[in-house]
Design a binder for this molecule. Sequence first.
Ligand SMILES: [Zn+2]
Length: 151
Amino acid sequence: MIPRKSIPPAVLERVRQAAGFRCGYCHTQQKYLGARLEIDHIKPLAKGGTDDESNLWLACPICNGHKSDKTTAIDPETGQSEALFNPRTQVWTDHFMWDTDYVHLLGLTSTGRVTIAALHLNDDPDALIARMNWVSAGWHPPKEDLPPDTA
Ligand SMILES: [Zn+2]
């Protein structure tokens, strides 16, 4: 096995900026997280993904932990396997929207639904409690997530 080179700091900084300092999945913002957002290998290393910048994004520790080496999941609505959301090449608002409580996500597409299920975006208790508190504080959701007429 060829030893992996570490990802250059300049690449990490570009990835953090491109991701808008948010988790690519649940949109947890770095400024409200008491931990550093992690580097997400969109295609997991375990599935042949690389450290190339085009395969890197940001994820919170909760999403990253649930994502693990998953690349697909079963859509609860259709029973079909579907690829998880790719935060680098797909547009978040095409696949997800916040429910009226701003705590739970709605999947607008099969991609959205499988990602919600696989990453436990709506049922990880630690994530839900934090999100509820951020909503109370007026810190969540990020205004880019809202339709233009409500932002
Ligand atoms: Zn997340």
